[in-house]
Design a protein around this ligand. Structure first.
Ligand code: NAD
Length: 261
C-alpha cells in the first residue's frame, strides 16, 4: 500500500513535464495520492493543453483541472469552492508557483528593480502561499499538509536570482508564520529548498548555467539533484511519516547549502 493511499490534494504549478510540480505529482501518484490541478489561464488555452498532456504522461487521463491565476483572489476563491463542492475535503496542497519579471533577473540588475516588479514577484511567489493557507482551513477540517518550493537564493545572495531571492525569503518566513497559526488545526506547512533544475522558470534567471556548474563543484555530493529527489521529499512531507514536522525548510540540494567555501 502506498504512503498516500486515500489522500487527495491539489497541485498548483505544472507548466510541462519538466516542472518541479510534475516530478512531485509523479511521486505522489506513485504512492497512491489522488491529485487535482490548476493551470495559469491564457487566452489560447496553451497552458491548459500543456498541463493536460504532462499529467497524461503520469497516467492521469481525465484530470480535475481548472484555471487559476494565484494573484487573483477571485480565482483562488473559485478553485477552493470547487474543491469543496467536488471533494468535500482535501488532505494536501502543493504550491509550486513563482514569477518575476525576467529583466530584473539579470546579474547586477537587482538595484534596478521597480516597485511594480517587486510587488508582483512577492505577490505571486510568496503572498499566494498565505492566500492558499487561508482557504485551506475550510477544506481541511481534519487537518492536512501544505508544501511549497524555495531555493537557497532566499538565504544567501546568488547572482542573478535577485528579486526572486527576496520573494523566497518571504516565502520561507511565511511558511513559519502560517505553520504557527495553523498548527492547532493540525495543518502542517513546510517548504522544500530544491537545487537547480532545468525548467521554464529557471531559464529566466541570468547565470543559470553557472548555477548548475557551481552546484556540481561545490555541493557535498558533487552533483546536481533530480526532480524525483524533490518529489520523494514531497511524499514524506505530505504523508503521515512527517506528522510532527511543520514550519521547516528542508534542503534537497545534495548538500550545497551546508558548505561555506
Ligand atoms: P515552472 O516554470 O515549470 O513552474 C512555475 C509555475 O508557476 C508554472 O506552472 C507557471 O504557470 C506558474 N505561475 C507563474 N505565475 C503564476 C500565476 N500568476 N498564477 C498561477 N501560476 C503561475 O518552473 P519550476 O522551476 O518548476 O518552478 C516551480 C517552483 O520551484 C517555483 O516556486 C520555483 O521558484 C521553485 N524552484 C525552482 C528551482 C529550479 O531551479 N527550477 C529551484 C528551486 C525552487
Amino acid at each position: 500500500m502506498g504512503l498516500l493511499e486515500g489522500k487527495k490534494g491539489i497541485v498548483f504549478g505544472i507548466a510541462n513535464d519538466r516542472s518541479y510540480a510534475w516530478y512531485i505529482t509523479k511521486c505522489l501518484v506513485e504512492q497512491g495520492a489522488e491529485c487535482a490541478f490548476t493551470h495559469l489561464p491564457d487566452e489560447k488555452g496553451k497552458m491548459e493543453r500543456r498541463c493536460r498532456m504532462a499529467v497524461k504522461e503520469l497516467g492521469v487521463e481525465d484530470p480535475w483541472l481548472t484555471p487559476c491565476d494565484v494573484s487573483k483572489d477571485e480565482d483562488l476563491d473559485a478553485v477552493f469552492a470547487k474543491l469543496k463542492s467536488d471533494f468535500g475535503k482535501i488532505d494536501f496542497i502543493v504550491h509550486s508557483v513563482a514569477y518575476a519579471d525576467r529583466q530584473f533577473l539579470q546579474i547586477g540588475n537587482f538595484h534596478k528593480t521597480s516597485r511594480e516588479a517587486w510587488t508582483q514577484a512577492l505577490d505571486i511567489s510568496a503572498y499566494s502561499l498565505l492566500a492558499m493557507g487561508q482557504r485551506a482551513v475550510d477544506v481541511m477540517p481534519d487537518g492536512g499538509a501544505i508544501i511549497s518550493m524555495t531555493y537557497y537564493g532566499g538565504e544567501k545572495v546568488i547572482p542573478g536570482y535577485n528579486i526572486m531571492g527576496v520573494a523566497k525569503a518571504a516565502l520561507e518566513h511565511t511558511t513559519r508564520y502560517l505553520a504557527a497559526d495553523l498548527g492547532e488545526k493540525n495543518i502542517r506547512v513546510n517548504t522544500i529548498s530544491g537545487g537547480p533544475l532545468r525548467t521554464l522558470a529557471a531559464s529566466a534567471v541570468g547565470g543559470i548555467s553557472e548555477m548548475f556548474e557551481h552546484q556540481e563543484r561545490k555541493a557535498s555530493m558533487k552533483r546536481n539533484i533530480t526532480g524525483d529527489e524533490v518529489g520523494n521529499t514531497a511524499v514524506y512531507l505530505l504523508s503521515d511519516l512527517s506528522s510532527g514536522v511543520t514550519g521547516e525548510t528542508i534542503h534537497v540540494d545534495a548538500g550545497f547549502s551546508i558548505v561555506g567555501l
